[in-house]
Write a protein that binds this ligand. Structure first.
Ligand SMILES: [Mn+2]
Length: 353
């Protein structure tokens, strides 16, 4: 059943894992503020390493698992994840990056440590070419699909929990196949869906939401701006960066709009997300252009994320800088930045009688 590419990849991976040099502890690492794609793919790779290749392995992430859906997924499916701040890098002999690559600025792997394995679906980076085992498929909608194919190529049974995690990953990453995906994602989804726990899936998709979620949403709606088909919103201090892409997704659903930008302040950084309905766009490149040298970011054609650091940690002019970034995006999209003006969502209060 697995494709030729996966069959060959799995053989290569098995050969690597069979060598004596692959002994010692492994660390499987997601990108920061991991999404369902990164979480499920990392969990599945760890299971392969542990159960098929018989190596000791820890699954870890950096940042915050912020979205209520993602927290629910980890809780309901019992996914074991460690935060990197509780780990000692020296404790591990090998590192695997999942849904991210070296030098992207969105994972915690120290620059002087070279991963042994990279699984991803973002554009390949120069630094990835020196990695012993690489499977990067930019045409895939989800890294989860690649790892699910590896499980199929192995002797491992896909558990109900793993199937549920992978189905949710493919669904959320491709926005129910409304965004970039390949036939492989669709086929994998169809094979996995009958094996997943649909009640758990429903719970993951409609979790209880903390008050801060409504606070952020309110703030975002109060600060909507627009020029032609671009819609923008800025958030002040946020307690978890994941809210930024969530708002960007929501804004893009506004009728008549084809581009959205959301930004928010967290720690020493401004986080940004760009979304577009244009399937021929290159949002990732646009994001990198926007951020310049002070930031890091990237993405796919229709979605991108990144962050930019405050010079000298000076956060006092955050809003000004957020607005400048929005204006730069407007310009890049050939829209007049001066016409980026607030959108009134409710009529102004009627005059008192
Ligand atoms: Mn992904």
């Amino acid at each position: 059943m697995p494709s030729e590419v996966t069959r060959v990849g799995f053989e290569k991976l098995s050969a690597l894992m069979g060598r004596k040099s692959s002994s010692g502890r492994w660390l499987v690492l997601t990108h920061d503020n991991p999404d369902p794609d990164a979480i499920s793919a990392a969990a599945v790779l760890s299971r392969l390493i542990r159960q098929v290749f018989k190596r000791r392995v820890t699954t870890a992430y950096g940042g915050i698992i912020g979205r209520a859906e993602n927290r629910e997924m980890v809780r309901v499916l019992g996914i074991q994840l460690s935060h990197v701040r509780h780990l000692n890098w020296k404790h591990y002999k090998h590192y695997a990056l999942v849904d991210t690559q070296p030098t992207t600025g969105n994972n915690q792997l120290p620059d002087d440590l070279r991963p042994t394995i990279v699984f991803d679906h973002h554009p390949i980076r120069k630094a990835t070419r020196n990695v012993p085992f690489v499977d990067v498929r930019t045409d895939y909608g989800a890294t989860a699909t690649i790892l699910a194919e590896y499980v199929e190529a192995s002797s491992l049974e896909i558990s109900r929990r793993a199937a549920t995690a992978l189905v949710y990953a493919i669904r959320s990453e491709t926005q129910d196949f409304g965004r970039e995906f390949s036939p492989a994602d669709r086929e994998m989804y169809d094979r996995l869906y009958p094996r997943c726990d649909t009640r758990a899936l429903a719970r993951i998709q409609t979790p209880r939401l903390p008050l801060t979620y409504f606070k952020n949403l309110h703030e975002a709606l109060e600060s909507v701006q627009s020029v032609s088909t671009l819609v923008v919103s800025h958030l002040g201090d946020i307690d978890q960066p994941d809210i930024v892409p969530e708002i960007a997704d929501l804004l893009l659903r506004l009728e008549g709009k084809t581009w959205s930008l959301c930004s928010g302040v967290h720690g020493e950084r401004i986080y940004l997300s760009i979304r577009t309905t244009n399937s021929r766009a290159d949002a990732g490149r646009l994001m990198r252009r926007l951020l310049g040298r002070r930031g890091k970011g990237g993405g796919h054609g229709m979605m991108a994320g990144g962050w930019i650091e405050f010079p000298d940690g000076d956060r006092s002019r955050a809003r000004e800088r957020q607005q400048a970034l929005a204006e730069r995006l407007a310009k890049a999209l050939k829209k007049n930045p001066q016409r980026l003006v607030p959108v009134e969502l409710a009529p102004p209060p009627a005059d008192a009688p």
